[in-house]
Design a binder for this molecule. Structure first.
Ligand code: KIV
Ligand code: ZN
Length: 397
């Protein structure tokens, strides 16, 4: 079946960098941008140039050095921001300016203190000005999901008429739900004049843990660009996790018949590099990239895994570049996993010896969290030697 292409816009270096404690210097941005290039993302949002001189320099460096993907720079819908973003990104082989202006009444009244009419006028002028500088313009009505739908359509239509080539619908505060978000996307595609001439994008935050589900619902409803961050980092509870949205489409093409240019084997190396750069690893049970994502402790699961990994793994660790499945020996483990670990260590045990070791192992596992190889060896009835040693003896006789 022909699969539709979904564009992946990675904002790890911009929205991801906005997570507390995750700021990156120029060298770190460049290192990660190179890895995001190997990962195969279509667009790298490299930063928000007006925010600091360091960020300006970081965006400029990435734009100059990373030539395959589109490089985007963020700007508020203001002349000085747009000029600054353009100055930073214009050296890119494919530059994009991404500008945003709030659309919800709560933001317009309390943050910006402007009317809806003024917001429409500002959108028109800012997009037209940005378009006079750069052929690739993305516009985001900030807090779109808490915006009156009719006004949202008016704002998107204004941006399209003024020259936006991509319109991104942000769920800025992670408020929407999949069915509702799908309805918003369908409404925009149906009611906005010119919507068929642009790429509709989505940018979901994870305040209610819905960022990936909302992004996927939006894709089903017709969005064709998804904005993501590696390891799901980003403002507050983070952004749509790139690894999850990609692997959901890979593992369930029956439900999501779409393709991306992402090289899934580069997911884990990218996640590791990001963790190193920001000094924070994902939680152990984090889908796809967490330390326990391919670890099995329960005896029934370990038995199933040893018979056929498909029993308990819906994707291989290799498919995301992770080191491999792990059988964790703990108090829930069974004899099969224990025998297999002894075999890995070079010991082939008789049933009787295995039982002896198993009883000691369970008793110890009940008392402490980790059972180490030294513990396993200490359980062995003497004399027990590695198979390799026994094989050497046989070869000598
Ligand atoms: O969450 C948000 O609304 C944003 C915009 C700048 C796209 O990050
Ligand atoms: Zn955001």
């Amino acid at each position: 079946m022909e699969r539709e292409r979904i564009v992946i816009f990675d904002t790890t270096l911009r929205d991801g960098e906005q997570s507390p404690g995750c700021s990156m210097n120029l060298e770190e941005k460049l290192l990660l941008a190179r890895q995001l290039d190997s990962l195969g993302v279509d667009i790298i949002e490299a930063g928000f140039p007006i925010s600091s001189q360091g960020d300006f320099a970081g965006v400029q460096k990435v734009a100059a050095e990373v030539r395959r993907p589109v490089i985007a720079a963020l700007a508020r819908a203001k002349k000085e921001d747009i000029e600054c973003a353009w100055d930073a990104v214009k050296v890119a082989s494919k530059p994009r300016i991404h500008l945003f202006l709030a659309s919800s009444d709560i933001h317009l009244q309390h943050k910006l203190k402007i009317s809806r009419e003024q917001a429409l006028q500002q959108t028109k002028e800012a997009v037209a000005f940005a378009r006079s500088l750069c052929p690739d313009i993305e516009f985001s009505p900030e807090d779109a999901t808490r915006t009156d739908p009719q006004f949202l359509c008016a704002m998107v239509e204004t941006a399209v008429a003024a020259g936006a080539t991509t319109v991104n619908i942000p769920d800025t505060v992670g408020y929407t739900m999949p069915e509702e978000f799908a309805r918003i996307i369908k409404t925009l595609l149906r009611d906005v004049k010119g919507a068929d001439k642009i790429t509709l994008s989505v940018h979901c935050h994870n305040d209610l843990g819905m960022a990936v589900a909302n992004s996927l619902a939006a894709v089903k409803a017709g969005a064709r660009q998804v904005e993501t961050c590696m390891n799901g980092i980003g403002e507050r509870a983070g952004n749509c996790a790139m690894e999850e949205v990609i692997m959901a489409m890979r593992v369930r093409p029956d439900i999501y018949p779409y393709e991306t240019a992402v090289v899934s084997e580069q997911i884990y190396p990218t996640s590791q590099l990001l963790s190193k750069v920001i000094g924070a690893t994902p939680q152990p049970n984090k889908a796809i990239v967490g330390n326990n994502a391919f670890a099995h402790e329960a005896g029934i699961h370990q038995h199933g895994m040893l018979k056929n990994p498909l029993c308990y793994e819906i994707m291989t660790p290799q498919s995301v570049g992770a080191p491999g499945s792990r059988m964790v020996l703990g108090k829930h483990s069974g004899r099969h996993a224990l025998a297999s670990r002894y075999a890995e260590l070079g010991y082939k045990l008789s049933e009787e010896d295995l039982e002896l070791c198993y009883q000691q192992f369970i008793a110890l596992a009940d008392r402490k969290k980790n059972v180490y190889e030294q513990d396993l060896i200490s359980f062995l009835p003497a004399p027990q030697r590695p198979i390799s040693a026994q094989a050497a003896e046989v070869a000598q006789t």
